[in-house]
Structure formats: C-alpha cells, structure tokens
Ligand binder design. Structure first.
Ligand code: NAI
Length: 777
C-alpha cells in the first residue's frame, strides 16, 4: 500500500473499482437465458456464451434464436399490437414512464452489467449511456401522451423488427423501443450477439412494470437471427449496424412494403480551424474517439486540422494521449476500456496495419493483452490511404491537414458516409458556414458526442436514412393519414421508332427531351408514339446520366432560399394560367386548374417548411434543419400526366431539390408542355429535367445512379426493382400507390417530408461545466 506522500509525488490514481456484487448475484441466478416472448422467458435453446472482453470470463449463456423463435415473437407482437395502439396515449405514457423510473432506480446495476458485457469504462455507461436511456423513455412517454394532439390522423405502423449493435447496447435498445411503443407499435428486438445482457435485464423490467404481454419481445442470437427478423411478417425494420448488413437488409426488404430505417457506419470529419480553441478541440478528440474505444458510429475519426495550427494541436494531442488510462472497465478512473470482442480487435489492428503500410505514421495505438488497444492516431493520411475511407471502429483516428476552409469542406465531404461532423472554430460565422456545407445528419460545433432524446440523430448518404429522437424520429414510427390507392392504367407497349421511321420534321417538332433548361435530342435519336398520337423522345441510360449532370449543376436553386423559390413557383402558376385554355384542350381543364392551385400550395410552403429548435439541455442551441437532398429522381404515375407530374415536381423543387423526372410513359407530352412554361418563368436551367421513355428501365438507372440522392416512385409493381437497385448508394426510395391526384391525397405535408433530410446542428453557448469535456450527460 503506498503512503500518502508517495501518492502525492506520483499523482497516480489508485484503483477505484465499482462494486459488481449485485450484478454477479444476478448472473448467478441466471446462468443461461432464453428469449423474452409474449411477456415470459422461454427455456434456453442452443446457447453461446456472453463474454466479458476485459477478462475473458463467460458471464452467461445466451440462446441462438431460430426462425421459429422469431415467428413466435412476431406472432405475440402482432396479437398485442391493436390493443396496445388502442390504449389512450396516457396509458401508454404511464408504462413508458414506469420503465424510465425503474431504469433510473437500477442505474448502477445496469451500468455495471453494461460495462462487464461490453468492456466500456464505467464512466461511460454510468455517466452517458444509462442516463440517456432514462431520458429516452421519459421523453417518449411524453410523445405517447401528446400523440393524438401532435400527430393528428397518424397511426402506428404495426410490428417493428429492431436489430441493434453492440457499441451502445441498452442505449440503442432505448432509441428503438421508446419511440416505437410511444407511437403504438409493438416490437421484436434483437440485441447484438456480443452484448445481450442488458436487453435481457430490460425484459425483466418490462415484466416488473406489468407491460402488456407481447408489446416488447426480445430474441437473442447472431446475424442469422437478425436475417430471420428481416424476413418475418413485420411491418418495419429499424436497423443500426454496419453498412454492409444495411445493404443486405435493403435488398431483402425491397418490394415487401416494409418500412425501413437504417443507421449505419460513419467516417465523420473532425475539423479544427485555425482559430479553434485547441485545448477544447483536443478534449473533443478524447470524448469523440478515445474514451469510448472509438466504437461509436459517429466518432470524429478523421481529424482535419488547419496546417498553421497542426504542430501545436498535435503536441497537445500527444500530451493528452500519454495521460489516458487504459484498463479495467469497472475502475472509475479508467478512460479507455476493452474492445468488445477479439474479432473486432483484430479488425482494428488489420486496418491500422494497412494504413501504416500505405504510408501513415501510427502514434500510440499499441495492442495490449486481452481485448485492449491503446488509443492513438495515424498521421499523414491522404484520401488514398485505406484508413481514410474504411471505418476502423476503434480508438485510432486519422490526421490530415488542410490550408483553406474550402479544402476542409471538400476533404470533409470526400467520403461515402454522412453521419456526423465536428467543427471547432471560435468564429460563429466560420463554424456555421462549415455546418451548412458538410454533408452529414448531425453537426456538433465546438463539442462532441452530444446526444439527447429530443435531438434527431441519423445519417445521410451511405450512413443510412431515418432519424431517431424527437418529433422527426416519431414520424419514422407512424403512418400518415391513409390514402386510398387508385388503380393505375398500365403503360402500353412501347416500341421505339428510329429516326428514319418517322419524318424528320415530326421528330424536330416533338421528339426532344428537356435537360438543363433546354430541349435535347435523345441519345440515339429514337422516339415513340404517345397515347396522344405525338412522337415523343425515347430516352435511354445516357439521357438519364446527362439529366443528372444537369441537375447537379443547379445547386444554386437551394441557395435561393424559400422566398426566392416561392417567387418562381408563383410565376410558373401565373404563366400556366395564361395558357390555361390552350392546355385545357389537350390535358383537361380540371387538371390544369388543379395544377395551378397546387403550384400556389407549394409556393406557399416553400418558405414555411420550418426546422425546429429543440429542447435538449440549457446551454445548447440545437437546430434541426430541413435540407434538400440535392438531386431527386421522380417517376410519375402513368395516369394524370399533367397533374401527377406537377403534384410530385412542385414539392420536390419547393424544398430546393433539382429533379430528374420520368413523366407518364403513355403521355409525356403534358410534361414537355409544362417545360415550356418553366422556360418562361425564371426557373433556372437544370432544376427540372425530363426524360421520357420506358418507365421502369429508366427508373432502374435513376435508382442505381450514385448522384441521385433520393428517389420517388409512383406505382406498386415496379417498386421492388427500384428498391433493390438502390442498395448501392443506399438512397431513400419512397414508393407509393397511384391516387386520385385531384383530391386531398394529391397534395400535403407528406410530399414535403419526403423532399428533405434533416440536419441536427448542436451549438453550445456559454461556458460548458468545467471538467466535463463536451459530452452531454
Ligand atoms: P453488424 O452490422 O454485423 O451487426 C449489427 C447487428 O446486426 C447485430 O445485431 C447483428 O447480429 C445483426 N446482423 C448481422 N448480420 C445480419 C443480417 N444479415 N441480417 C440482419 N441482422 C444482421 O456489425 P458487426 O459485425 O458487429 O460489426 C462490424 C462493423 O460494423 C464494425 O466494425 C463497424 O465498422 C460497424 N458497426 C457500426 C455500428 C454503428 O453503430 N453504425 C455498430 C456496430 C458495428
């Protein structure tokens, strides 16, 4: 035992280990677990161990779920759902509240269990994870209470299948279960195979609070069990995990009508500007990627540092790195715990070795016994290095320098991911400018890993889609007012007539596409006979590519702002009304009149589709901002050639997107007539591009195109193919049934909801509490 004066000399912390007695007693009473189905635990089946990665000891045995287990769980959830949804919001709120209270009472127990099962330091599970779990259930108890008032006309989706990873086991469970239950859904959740214990402890809490049977079902097991959930009779899949599995789930659910939200990987930029508070930024690195073993999807794993301050920043970083304590997760003075599993440790070491072989310098990052790896970072990592783009998912950041803000943005966005971005600058102007420019679902300014149940979290691009948290997150567990589908006239057979087959004059008059604000001959010059008898252009793959290029160049449209875009939409409506009688003769007066009204409607919305300023904690300005996707592909119904077109194009462009539209296959003339109206209405070239031709062939090209950020597809039969074709860049695909476009179902907020992606920007103001780093507890 060291003497007090010896301790004073070294200033080393002595061990301060959290008591694990209560957890060990619980584990002794539960040597092996079955699933939690219909309110009861099933007898254990074929089991595998859940291992403490810090010590290698087996904690308990977990059952590998079979397809039959999944089916039983889904059946229980299905049976319980109508009753659960029919409960008054207040009754559901009371259950969620009771869960929150009970978890709060067990905070210490659950933190210790989490740290033992996952390897994360008790500081993280006790101070961040579990308090956030509690906050999630309280927050969503509130949404249950207010559901009828705040989401009129909405109802639960049904049964949600939820698959979660191992990095935040109980927190991910809360993120998934709390909103689902608040909205009236029932769930079948699968925890990750490495970390199922807190989910099973949660199941006991469900029993304890008397949650109706079947509302929450927990099935344990590995990826096979997960795949069985995806294939089962659920109405929605909510998945958090790797991009690779996310893609497989996208492909498996294509065309099934199952709603899907994906929260996938990231390679988030951590931008340190010249004027940053470097000490704070270094502390941000610690919070973002070192304290949690880097096992965080939104870790700021790519450090981008202004060249002029890089030497000083690195000196501070290395000094801090040397002070981090790696060790026993249950020791309260441990900063960095164990990696979750030997497989994961090996992955981290492999990618790091590849990065070093490609020329990067590794500072720190040495492997140690068991599942430990010392934190570190790789220097001189260029975009060509594998560590630039591959998720390391360990406590190893990369460091790259830049010279100008423009270069910082282009490096930040040089990634297929778009989950989070961290920005360090003392200048509000610089920081907010960067925040607007980065492509990510979450932006943290001068802080890291700030989470709250009220603040939506989720990604863009290959980081997935859908949001968890707050009002926006609730929408992902609700269905909007029901729309009566209208049968759609099937598109007629389409045969291309080559140039020579029709008279040249005829083709010159009618056979042009609309790309980049100008008429363009289709590639190859083919045309086909529309239902109206006109010859119309037969677009192909190359035309779609040209149209996407033109749409990309129309980026300034979003920058015009809502008011500017509204002016153009009003002007289109005005010019359309000038040609009302002429177009009414061709396309019907009712359709033209409704189109004029619809343009007014979306012009009205253009400057009123507001973001939110959400209540998280005092001291944080948290804005949730609707952002345009960029280029949206739109596949129009074959019916209602004029009104269907306007009903889809107007909301998409009102929100600042540019669009590539496949008009009604049988009768695209209406779309080209509208293009003439656009030309006289100050609509910048490239905002709307029209490629007529074989609907599903062209739709597949749009779906697979990397630069089309979202796709709307009207029609049911072709939905499966476009959803499957979209797995490459994981774009959100909104497929919906044809409807009566003249009626109320033809317009509304739902169209706008699908035209934006949400960016949550956190801006702390005032001084952060001393010594807490920047994590919001
Ligand atoms: P993973 O994506 O394989 O596992 C996540 C969850 O999905 C687990 O519950 C797993 O059992 C389940 N799963 C696996 N295959 C499935 C399938 N075919 N169908 C349905 N469910 C399936 O992630 P893994 O292997 O644990 O980690 C690999 C890498 O994924 C990590 O190194 C990291 O890069 C990334 N990752 C990202 C996470 C995030 O939060 N975005 C979380 C965990 C991992």
């Amino acid at each position: 035992m060291p003497t007090v004066s010896e301790i004073m000399q070294t200033m080393e912390y002595g061990p301060s280990v959290e008591d694990s007695g209560a957890v060990r007693d619980w584990l002794k009473a539960h040597p092996s677990f079955g699933h939690f189905i219909n309110g009861a635990f099933t007898p254990p089946g074929r089991t595998f161990p859940s291992v403490n990665p810090a010590t290698g000891e087996d904690l308990a045995r977990i059952t590998q779920g079979t397809a039959e287990d999944v089916e039983a769980a889904v059946k229980a959830a299905r049976k319980a759902q109508p009753k659960w949804a029919a409960l008054p919001g207040h009754a559901r709120a009371k259950f969620l509240y009771a869960i929150a209270r009970t978890i709060q009472k067990r905070e210490r127990f659950l933190s210790v269990l989490e740290s033992m099962d996952n390897g994360k330091p008790i500081r993280e599970s006790r101070d961040a994870d579990i308090p956030l779990v509690v906050r999630h259930f309280y927050h969503h108890a509130g949404w249950a209470e207010m559901l009828a008032d705040e989401f009129p006309g909405h109802s639960a989706i049904g049964v949600a299948g939820q698959i979660i990873p191992w990095n935040f086991p109980l927190l991910m469970l809360a993120w998934k279960i709390a909103p689902a239950l608040a909205a009236g859904n029932t769930v079948v959740l699968k925890p990750a195979e490495y970390t199922s214990l807190t989910a099973l402890a949660f199941a006991e809490i469900c029993q304890e609070v008397g949650l109706p049977k079947g509302v929450v079902n927990i099935v344990t097991g590995d990826g096979e069990t997960g795949a069985a959930i995806v294939a089962s009779d659920v109405d929605k899949i909510a998945f958090t995990g790797s991009t690779e599995v996310g893609r497989a789930i996208r492909a498996a659910t294509a065309g099934t009508g199952k709603r899907l939200t994906l929260e996938l990987g990231g390679k988030s930029p951590f931008i340190v500007m010249e004027d940053a508070d470097l000490d704070a930024a270094v502390e941000g690195v610690v919070d973002s990627i070192w304290f949690n073993q880097g096992q965080v999807c939104c870790a700021g794993s790519r450090l981008l540092v202004a060249e002029s301050v890089a030497p000083r920043f690195e000196a501070l970083l290395q000094r801090r790195l040397a002070m981090l304590r790696v060790g026993a997760p249950l020791d309260k003075s441990t900063d960095v715990g164990a990696i979750v599993h030997p497989v994961q440790k090996q992955r981290i070491l492999d990618i790091t070795a590849k990065a070093v072989a490609a020329g990067a310098d590794l500072i720190g990052g040495a492997p140690a016994e068991a599942c430990f790896i010392a934190p570190g970072y790789l220097r001189q990592v260029s975009p060509a290095n594998p560590a630039w783009s591959e998720e390391i998912f360990g406590p190893i950041a990369t460091l790259t320098t830049f010279r100008t803000a423009d270069e910082a943005i282009s490096l930040a966005n040089n990634s297929s991911y778009g989950l989070a971005a961290l920005i360090w600058s003392e200048s509000a102007t610089v920081a907010t400018d960067l925040a607007a420019s980065v492509k990510s679902g979450v932006v943290w300014i001068n802080g890291a890993n700030m989470f709250d149940a009220a603040a939506p979290f989720g990604g863009m691009r290959e980081s997935g889609y859908g949001r968890e948290g707050g009002r926006v997150g609730m929408l992902d567990y609700l269905t909007g007012p029901k729309v009566r589908p209208a049968s759609e006239k099937p598109a007629g057979p389409l045969t291309a007539a080559l140039d020579g087959a029709a008279s040249g004059a005829e083709i010159d008059r009618t056979g042009k596409l609309y790309i980049g604000g100008a008429q363009k001959r289709p590639d190859g010059g083919a045309s086909y006979r529309a239902a109206s008898g006109d010859l119309v252009p037969f677009g192909n793959r190359k035309d779609i590519r040209n149209a996407v290029e033109a749409a990309k160049k129309a980026g300034k449209w979003a920058a015009m702002g809502g008011h500017g875009r509204a002016q153009v939409l009003y002007f289109i409506a005005e010019n359309l009304s000038l040609r009302r009688d002429e177009l009414a003769k061709k396309h019907g007066g009712k359709a033209v009149d409704a189109a004029i009204q619809r343009l007014f409607y979306y012009a009205a919305w253009a400057d009123k589709f507001d973001g939110l300023n959400v209540q998280t904690k005092p001291g944080y300005l948290v804005n949730v901002i609707p952002e345009a996707f960029g280029t949206v592909g739109i596949v129009c119904p074959n019916d209602a050639p004029l009104l269907g077109f306007i009903s889809l194009v107007a909301p998409a462009i009102a929100m600042g997107n540019s669009v590539v539209v496949i008009p009604a296959q049988d009768d695209p003339v209406a779309a080209f007539d509208l293009a003439q109206v656009f030309d006289t209405s100050d609509l910048p070239g490239g905002v709307v591009n029209i490629v007529s031709g074989p609907k599903d062939e062209l739709a597949a090209v749009l779906a697979a195109h990397e630069d089309v950020a979202a796709l709307w597809y009207c029609g049911i039969d072709g939905a499966a193919a476009v959803e499957k074709a979209s797995t490459g860049n994981l774009k959100p695909v909104w497929s919906f049934a044809n409807r009566d476009w003249t009626g109320a179902a033809g317009q509304g907020r739902a169209f706008l909801d699908h035209a934006v992606q949400w960016k949550t920007v956190w801006l702390p103001y005032g001084a952060l509490p001393a010594g807490t780093g920047s994590i919001v507890y």
